[in-house]
Design a protein around this ligand. Structure first.
Ligand SMILES: NC(=O)c1ccc[n+]([C@@H]2O[C@H](COP(=O)([O-])OP(=O)(O)OC[C@H]3O[C@@H](n4cnc5c(N)ncnc54)[C@H](O)[C@@H]3O)[C@@H](O)[C@H]2O)c1
Length: 313
């Protein structure tokens, strides 16, 4: 029996739970929220699609009842506030740090061996906070940002190339922020062909810029942050863990000397399997890419420093 808990049954959490159930990634999906009745209602609504969509997974909702989450294999944390138009992800730290820390502590009481997938923003800092405050092995804490940003990168590349997004490869590393993420245009390919051979330098730069503000563009259109791709990206990471797929997914993980960084959680390609982070893949970055990565790490560190100011660490 495999079990996944999703904390926060808002836009991202409920979408993630829905994808997990629809794709039968886990036998049981539990949604937990502080808002009375919301998780229960959304779970019942999803269960009423089971006969229509033909899935056998069970979705259960609960209001702040951590006992229901007991013995989860993987727990996805989406609880917290999302950004509004004009806000940066970093501005959410004061409220979300308290929520993420208390949620993670409660979760571990009932699922001491769970692997945690942190989605709440600012995600790199929330992942670092979870690592520092919970004292669990670093392979068990994974921040989800790179899976989403890479999917957005591939979308914008496919739009520029006029092709199917599934035929494009590309990844985004670094922090999960509008100015900190690094879409690796040099390594992006269409059916093995470097995209730099197919798109002009200007067009490629346009794709990179659209990717970096991809979240902000949607926040402006929607009035709140996006949920379909973030929820699906969370489920994608959960599936690689639970089904031991060992996919290479750009993920926010603790670095201990890799990429010349320590005492930080930031996006790099990692092999994600049943043990969580199975391996960190070290790319051979160019001097320019290394400089961008260092700048990104410095920005993530600056946000991490705010954890002390808000009393979370
Ligand atoms: N990492 C990413 O790629 C990514 C992408 C999109 C959104 N996000 C972040 O994910 C978070 C959720 O976004 P959303 O759009 O789903 O927001 P939302 O407001 O729709 O949902 C958040 C839910 O968390 C619940 N919540 C608040 N405190 C809680 C607690 N202590 N315990 C349990 N539940 C609690 C709220 O009641 C709400 O239902 C935000 O921080 C957002 O910025 C991250």
């Amino acid at each position: 029996m495999s079990k996944v808990t999703v904390v926060g049954a808002g836009n991202v959490g409920a979408t993630c739970a829905n994808v997990l159930a629809f794709n039968e990634v886990a036998d049981e999906v539990v949604m937990l929220d502080v808002k009375e009745g919301v998780s229960e209602g959304k779970a019942m609504d999803m269960m009423q699609t089971a006969q229509l969509l033909g899935f056998d997974s069970t979705v259960v909702g609960c209001t702040n009842d951590y006992e229901k989450t007991a013995n989860s294999d993987v727990v996805v944390i989406t609880s917290g506030i999302p950004r509004k138009p004009g806000m940066t992800r970093e501005e959410l730290i004061g409220v979300n740090a308290g929520i993420v820390k208390s949620v993670a502590q409660n979760i571990l009481k009932y699922s001491p061996n769970a692997i945690l997938v942190v989605i709440s923003n600012p995600m790199d800092t929330m992942t670092y906070l979870s690592l520092k405050s919970l004292g669990v092995a670093k392979n068990r804490i994974i921040g989800m940002g790179g899976a989403l940003d890479s999917s957005r990168f591939k979308y914008f590349l496919s739009q520029a190339l006029g092709c199917n997004a599934n035929e494009v490869e590309g990844m985004v590393i670094g922090g999960h922020g509008d100015t900190t993420m690094i879409p690796l245009a040099r390594l992006a390919t269409y059916k093995g062909i470097p995209v730099s051979k197919l798109l002009s330098a200007e067009k490629l730069q346009e794709v990179v810029s659209s990717t970096m503000v991809g979240g902000a563009t949607l926040t402006k259109l929607l009035g709140t942050s996006a949920w379909y791709a973030p929820g699906a990206a969370g489920a994608f990471v959960v599936e690689s863990i639970l089904h031991n797929q060992k996919k290479m997914i750009p993920s926010c993980v603790a670095l201990d000397g890799e990429y010349g960084q320590s005492d930080i959680c930031i996006g790099v390609p990692a092999i994600i399997g049943r043990n969580g982070v199975e391996k960190i893949v070290e790319l051979d970055l160019t001097a320019d890419e290394k400089a961008l990565f260092e700048k990104s790490a410095a920005a993530v560190r600056a946000t991490n420093a705010a954890l002390k100011e808000v009393g979370a660490l």
